[in-house]
Design a protein around this ligand. Structure first.
Ligand code: GLU
Length: 332
């Protein structure tokens, strides 16, 4: 795996130099909802306006949450929307495989690197242990790990022999220079704490996988939902620890339902499939999605390609920058 990792690393550096590279990275845990579709449209537009290479990566790492048929449906919806990809499922490409489920060896190799530099430790605490730790303050993702296993020694294991790996966060402030949101800072020690990079059941955590993938796929620009803004400092810490190049970030507003709640893949009520079943056209949907972030006038139907013709990188950035405060937004 060393060889494959090194090879992909060198390839990624070369790819980054050749052109700008963007990506959309859906999790096949349910149908694509309108908010996901808008993020995909914006990621596609950003890359196409930069005349870059658009990568599609299927984030099917969390097997228990993956829904059968969901990946195929997502690809079909993106295709229907006219959001084509240059590398990814069904197309291939040099930096593949493009399904996280086929990339375990690369994550394992990255974890081995973190072990070598002693920035990770074995942790046998259950979720309950962490929740029950009296002193554990809460951060954006729940209770902050109280450091219980940090100094316990690597040999400790649970009764069933399983343990997670946590990344050791020494008090450090990480800043993110987001293209749209501007500069934000997070004190990882205070607000996040030591975080899991491999779960006790062997599943690699999203943060490790996304860093390895974005780096080894040579991604230069990540356009994704604002819900992941507070995860970015963790990812930047991992990029740095692994000596991998980090992308630029563009966090875009999330779409919410009429109650102001974030759209979820679970209920499927705001899904692209439903919109299609009801006879909506791709041009209508693209028009509505674009209008909702100020990229086109309301009530105009236009294809993704037509939308692309009406913008350049400057006007795209200007429209989106105006909308970054609207993290909450109703679908039409
Ligand atoms: N797979 C994640 C999702 O579908 C997105 C991860 C990312 O863009 O970094 O929400």
């Amino acid at each position: 795996m060393t060889d494959v990792y090194e090879l992909l690393y060198r390839l990624a550096l070369r790819l980054r130099e050749q052109s700008s590279r963007g990506r959309y990275a859906p999790s096949p845990t349910g149908p694509l909802h309108l908010g996901n579709a808008r993020t995909a449209l914006l990621a596609w537009l950003q890359t196409r306006l930069a005349e870059g290479c658009f990568v599609l990566r299927m984030e099917d790492l969390d097997r228990p949450r993956v829904r059968k048929g969901s990946a195929a449906q997502i690809l079909d919806d993106l295709d229907w929307l006219g959001l084509d990809w240059d590398e990814g499922p069904g197309v291939g490409g040099e930096a593949g495989p493009y399904e996280q489920s086929a990339r375990h060896g690369l994550y394992a190799f990255a974890l081995a690197r973190l072990r070598e530099i002693e920035t990770v430790f074995r942790c046998v605490c259950s979720r309950k242990d962490v929740n029950n730790a009296a002193s554990a303050p809460h951060g954006p993702d729940g209770p902050i790990y109280p450091g219980t296993c940090r100094f316990r020694g690597a040999a400790r294991k649970t009764a069933n022999g399983r343990a997670a790996w946590r990344y050791r966060v020494d008090r450090q402030t990480v800043s993110v220079d987001d293209v749209l949101v501007g500069s934000i800072e997070q004190d990882l020690g205070r607000d996040v704490g030591d975080f899991v990079v491999q779960r006790a059941d062997g599943l690699f955590a999203y943060h490790l996988a996304v860093v390895v993938d974005d780096a080894l796929m040579g991604i230069t620009d990540v356009v994704r939902g604002a819900d992941l803004l507070h995860s970015t400092p963790r990812q930047l810490a991992l990029f740095e620890a692994l000596g991998l190049p980090a992308p630029r970030y563009w966090h875009v507003p999330l779409m919410t339902d009429s109650r102001g709640d974030r759209l979820s893949k679970r209920d499927g009520s705001d899904s692209v499939s439903l919109f299609r079943e009801r006879g909506g056209t791709a041009a209508e949907l693209v028009g509505e999605l674009a209008a909702s972030v100020g990229l086109s006038p309301r009530g105009q139907a236009l294809s993704a390609r037509e939308l692309l013709q009406t913008h350049d990188s400057g006007s795209f950035m200007q429209a989106l920058s105006k909308n970054t405060e609207t993290v909450a937004q109703e679908p039409f």
